[in-house]
Unconditional design. Structure first.
Lengths: 221, 221
DNA sequence: CCCTGATAGATTGTTAGACAATCATACTAT
DNA sequence: ATAGTATGATTGTCTAACAATCTATCAGGG
């Protein structure tokens, strides 16, 4: 158990709030982030806001143009496709590692998270789908035992989620997604790394296809 | 061709200088980075230094402890091994993509870079080995056409290089490395993605083994 | 002698204010 | 309509200040 206690600095909070605001869609992709406004909304000084923005810039959630200021990154299809390509590799590896290394408790927790996901799908609860998916992945990434993979995938999920906001609400996609995740879980529980890798890769490729379709519809409209 | 011109802000320079100072070993891994000193050395205000540090924190080159301040990250073997594991995947993919997509000019440039690397190895020029290796990878990463892979691998290379400083100077490693990179090049030139992936993965695994050996000797000493 | 507590100096966290440089926009004159 | 100009908003940067926290040293008590 980790008993360390750390003081919560103002900007750590600013970073978290800003990140959350971006990921939740409170700030739209591409939207300019004006320092003075953020100062008011966050209730902190300009210096702290600027430091928080730099941090998010380093995380590639925010992009700055000199003398024009920072804005939320806007993903084109090009870059989104590249992210999915990397996710295929990393999530496949994470699933394979988890199939080898996950503890019984973690396997159980993944199963439980997936059950609640199924419930959220059945209840057409889109908010619930998001949180339970996140929970499933949280456990999977922890269970894989590779902190670097975890860190990189968190970053990629964050970026792709700027795009994904509506993919899941596409007709039938939630159910498909549930089946694909169930396949990952089954392979992990059965301790079959190769099957887990294949299932995870399949899931990401399917998500990629859906995202592409949604984006094209969106562009057409 | 990209004709855009961008103003160079003070902190962009501060970030670059700091990053370079860290990667070149001017600041050792684990070393504390005191704001006041950096202000003097860089000749910029505290605010700019702090913003630069936040940025590098986002890039995971610097880690901050609240009320104690930032320091250069120190890699343990655990994390280094995890980074190598990811590099196997990503560099394998990058090589496979390059084998498919590289332009004739890029193939030629890779060959040229590798020739100068061979020359640096023959001349026992360790600085030359580093720059020419970097050049080879620069071209490979550009040629692979996936900017996300490029970005992630640059970050991982930066982190691992904090550890790698002396791996290459291990007896015989430079020559081995040259042969392994030649194998990657040959596969790319022959447009054989699978062979390129295997060669790149083999190269990273070998580098990982060497790093492990060097680190264990270092700990023993 | 070791532990506790106090003191002082250094460093960070945070804010406020200032000003030049740059950008965006609307307006004007030709 | 185009070019040029004035104007306001925003960013980039610095200085100055102060409270909170850390670190190390040192004195006193058991």
């Amino acid at each position: 158990m980790d008993l360390r206690v750390a003081p919560v600095t103002v900007q750590a909070q600013a970073v978290d709030k800003l990140r959350e605001a971006i990921l939740s869609g409170h700030f739209a992709p591409g939207q300019r982030l004006v320092e003075a406004e953020l100062c008011r909304e966050l209730g902190v000084s300009r210096g702290s806001v600027r430091e928080a923005l730099r941090r998010l810039e380093g995380e590639r959630l925010v992009a700055s143009v000199p003398n024009k200021g920072p804005s939320v990154i806007a993903l084109g299809w090009e870059e989104a496709a590249q992210i999915y390509a990397v996710r295929v590799l990393l999530e496949g590896e994470a699933a394979a590692l988890a199939a080898r290394a996950a503890s019984p408790a973690q396997r159980a927790a993944m199963a439980a998270a997936l059950d609640t996901f199924d419930a959220a799908v059945a209840a057409r609860d889109s908010a619930g789908r998001i949180t339970t998916t996140a929970r499933f992945y949280d456990i999977l990434l922890t269970a894989c035992g590779n902190g670097v993979i975890e860190e990189l995938l968190r970053g990629l999920h964050a970026r792709i989620s700027l795009l994904r906001s509506r993919s899941m609400s596409r007709k039938g996609r939630a159910e498909e997604s549930a089946r694909e995740m169930r396949a990952i879980l089954n392979a992990v529980v059965a301790r079959e790394p190769d099957a887990a890798r294949a299932a995870a890769a399949f899931h990401v490729r399917a998500a990629c296809e859906t995202a592409r379709a949604v984006m094209q519809e969106h562009l057409a409209a």
